[in-house]
Design a protein around this ligand. Sequence first.
Ligand code: DC
Length: 226
Amino acid sequence: MEKQLIIAIDGPSGSGKSTLAKLLSERLGHLYIDTGAMYRTAALGARRAGVDIDDVQVFAKFCSELDISFTIEEGKVKILLRGEDVSGEIRDPEMGILASAISAKPLLREKLVELQRRIGEKGGVVLEGRDIGTVVFPQADLKFYLDASLTERAQRRCNELRQNGKEIELKEVLEEIKERDLKDSTRDFAPLKKADEAVVIDSTNKGIQEVLEEMLGYIIDCKFEI
Ligand code: DC
């Protein structure tokens, strides 16, 4: 019988988490959950509503009313804010910076972690983020920590943005990633951290397929049926 796994993939920006989580979920027939997209969507919601995230009462109201959900259209996972597809809009680099700031707020993290647990608790999921193996699912069947050199991660992000029609300089992306990594790994609540038992994969100078095979290898080694 096929086991319904919980697979956690954590790592810094541009480490290949999204691409590999997507591919892995397709191979395993599991659901793919991009938790970064949730924080980006919360940031978009806050910006649209002009919410001061440092005003405790205003922010508590914003969190209690926040309506984020997922849907699958033509095989692609879309993220919805109050029912509106915002999957494209949240990819703007500005949203990454705002997401990093808003994700440091424990109240928002509590709400989104609860949602992530509800979606993933029955298994059959590949989740990617910063705190999946450490906080969201410490009991995950398998944990990966993906990394790559700063230059390579910035170059990948830059190519991705350019492919989507954004005119951007590598230097700008590099600075943005550096700033975000520092914030994400030094915040008080659920910072980006490798879980003790996570398998570390450095994808610098490695192709996607090579990393995918390596990850599948660990899954087979663990004697999971795929
Ligand atoms: O993975 P990403 O670049 O789309 O994430 C955007 C921001 O969201 C990231 O800078 C930190 C935050 N984040 C988080 O705090 N916890 C997660 N599990 C996922 C993302």
